[in-house]
Design a protein around this ligand. Structure first.
Ligand SMILES: Nc1ncnc2c1ncn2[C@@H]1O[C@H](COP(=O)(O)OP(=O)(O)OP(=O)(O)O)[C@@H](O)[C@H]1O
Length: 589
């Protein structure tokens, strides 16, 4: 087991962080129990002491405090006392809930924080094995399940057990036979009804699955609405969504009527047992010395212990769901962290070297095979190859996004494992083919939140990226919101924005992965001219399909099925039989 994992022990330790509220909470809980226990007893006692004229403790105490008075006042005083105790109980319950909610929210916050901090350093390869959907649901739903368990176990478990013990003592003192019968029968009935609710649990599961499937289909249908219309597939997609909606109707129908039937059945069993206990109570009054008042008190306690019994029984369910949630949460903590060291790249110049490097995406076959190459600082390199040959993968491994499986990857002679990854990312900038933007302002998307960048610098970067005209057309200028994933910008505008981001970041190594593929030839040419001085002293790795883009590179690497199959300058390769000649031929077609 990974030592980082969250276990019950971890949770317990987090609860103990709040030691004083915890102790205070338990003291208030005991007070609340002490206040609530006499309540069901007080008015029934009046039956004996007033109606059956057998004055005892209560009447005696009232006489002592207020002097002898009439039955009306005796009953009124006790009623006020009961109401008062109920209010006190209410106030104490609020305090208890406040204390324990605070404790459970502290624990769940710490759990969320631990998971987020782990995610922050998870390696990309590992992160992709779970995906954003599962992680989001873990961080929200599973942590909430845990929250529920912590709240109920810290606040209600001890109080329920203590209440049952206290009531048990009182009931046995009143009448041992009836007391023990109630203490055995009541939980037994609750257990039976719990078992019944388990049966409907599987129906609820079916309903939930149907809802989840509907949500997924609906989500995808709505997200790809435009594409569905463009491919004239509305009928197909919407009819399968309607089928999923129908499935919700069927499963909900089954679940809802059966759950009500079971609920009512278990309540009926409870009422029958209640009647039997009542009959036993009356028989005990008739044949033993149990008084009528005490009999009523016992009836009151049957209802009274319903809540603690229910709480204890539901704790088992809450415990098993919390354990299942923990298991899922620990999957996040099992994601291996990015290997990072403390060595930093201090110089501006970065020489990159790859030797016999292999890489595969999670358990797949190798996406990169025995890659060996040297990238000297300031050189201009190009990767070409068929679609799927591994160009982007290679660029991402060089940029430190993915971790190699074997071989060596060094920056200025420092192995990637020993390198502080933040220092690497300051030096390398990857301009993607399809940059995804934050749903924020243009300014934020260019500076990535770095407030030290002035508007003048941003305007200059936008001018180089050929976005000045676009900016002039926006009435909110740099404060224009770009929409979810940058939806309000065209593909070409997003690519240019990413280039502006690179200009601002001013890295030593720039990787351009088809970063101008969405531009028209005229804009692309202008951009190349504008960016040339910026790239002059930088290492530039270009991935491109156009001959004109790669022709002037110092070294061209040709990839096929994840391996370098040819390398050389344009001059060397153009006469060499192989992939490059094919590449040139294809450009001429
Ligand atoms: N995140 C990923 N998870 C799993 N496999 C992936 C992932 N990204 C790419 N691949 C696989 O790795 C191989 C190389 O993909 P890569 O994107 O590096 O190719 P490419 O040469 O850049 O292609 P293109 O020119 O189409 O962009 C492909 O077989 C692809 O299916």
């Amino acid at each position: 087991m990974n030592k980082e994992q969250i276990t019950l022990k971890t949770i317990f330790a987090l609860i103990l962080d709040k030691k004083s509220p915890l102790i205070y909470g338990q003291i208030v809980t005991i007070l609340a129990i002490l206040v609530s226990i006499p309540v069901p007893l007080m008015l029934p006692v009046m039956v004996d002491e007033i109606l059956l004229e057998k004055p005892s403790y209560f009447v005696g105490s009232i006489n002592y405090l207020f002097g002898e008075t009439s039955p009306f006042y005796y009953i009124a005083i006790v009623t006020f006392a009961v109401i008062f105790l109920r209010f006190i109980y209410y106030a104490l319950s609020v305090v208890i809930t406040k204390i324990f909610t605070k404790i459970s929210k502290h624990v769940t916050f710490m759990v969320r924080k631990k998971l987020l901090l782990h995610l922050k350093s998870a390696s990309m390869n590992e992160y992709e094995t779970l995906g954003s959907g599962a992680i989001t649901s873990n961080l929200i739903t599973d942590v909430n399940t845990l929250d529920n368990f912590i709240l109920t176990s810290t606040s209600r478990f001890i109080s329920s057990v203590l209440t049952l013990v206290a009531v048990g003592v009182v009931m046995i003192a009143i009448d041992p036979l009836l007391g023990i019968s109630i203490l055995i029968i009541q939980p037994l009935i609750m257990l039976i009804s719990k078992k019944m609710s388990k049966r409907v649990g599987s129906l609820k599961k079916e309903e939930n699955q149907a809802i989840e499937k509907f949500q997924n289909t609906l989500g995808e249908t709505l997200e790809l609405y435009g594409q569905i219309k463009a491919s004239n597939k509305e009928s197909y997609f919407f009819s399968s969504t309607v089928d999923d909606a129908k499935n919700i109707q069927i499963t909900s129908n089954r679940y809802e009527y059966k759950s009500v039937a079971y609920e009512k059945l278990s309540y009926t069993i409870f009422l029958i047992m209640f009647e039997l206990l009542r009959a036993s109570g009356i028989l005990l009054v008739a044949y033993s010395d149990l008084s009528i008042g005490m009999m009523f008190a016992m009836f009151g306690y049957i209802w009274f212990i319903m809540t603690p019994v229910q709480d204890i029984l539901s704790m088992q369910y809450s415990y098993s769901s919390a354990m299942a949630a923990l298991k899922r949460l620990n999957k996040i903590l099992d994601l291996k962290s990015e290997k990072t060291g403390s060595s930093r790249i201090d110089s501006h110049d970065v020489d990159i070297s790859l030797k016999d490097l292999n890489f595969s995406y999670a358990n797949d076959k190798n996406a990169l095979e025995n890659i060996t190459l040297e990238i000297k600082h300031g050189s201009k390199i190009a990767f070409i190859g068929a679609s799927g040959s591994g160009k982007t993968t290679l660029a991402q491994v060089i940029a430190g996004f993915y971790e190699k499986n074997s071989g060596s990857l060094t920056y200025n002679g420092i192995e990637t494992e020993d390198l502080d990854k933040t220092s690497l990312r300051q030096k390398i900038f990857l301009v993607l083919q399809m940059p995804i933007l934050f749903n924020s302002t243009l300014r934020f998307n260019i500076t990535m939140g770095d407030e030290s960048v002035s508007d003048e610098e941003i305007y200059a970067a936008l001018e180089i990226a050929q976005l000045k005209e676009m900016l002039e057309g926006m009435k909110d200028g740099l404060d224009t919101i770009v929409g979810h994933h940058g939806i309000r910008l065209s593909g070409g505008q997003r690519q240019r924005l990413s280039i502006a981001r690179m200009v601002i970041a001013n890295p030593s190594v720039v990787i351009l992965d088809e970063s101008t593929s969405a531009l028209d030839a005229h804009t692309e040419a202008k951009l190349h001219i504008a960016i040339k001085p910026i790239l002059k002293d930088k290492t530039v790795i270009t991935i491109a399909h156009r001959l004109s883009t790669v022709k002037n590179a110092d070294m061209i690497y040709i990839l096929d099925s994840g391996a370098i199959v040819q390398k050389g300058t344009h001059e060397e390769l153009k006469d060499e039989e192989g992939h490059y000649v094919e590449f040139i031929k294809n450009q001429l077609l």
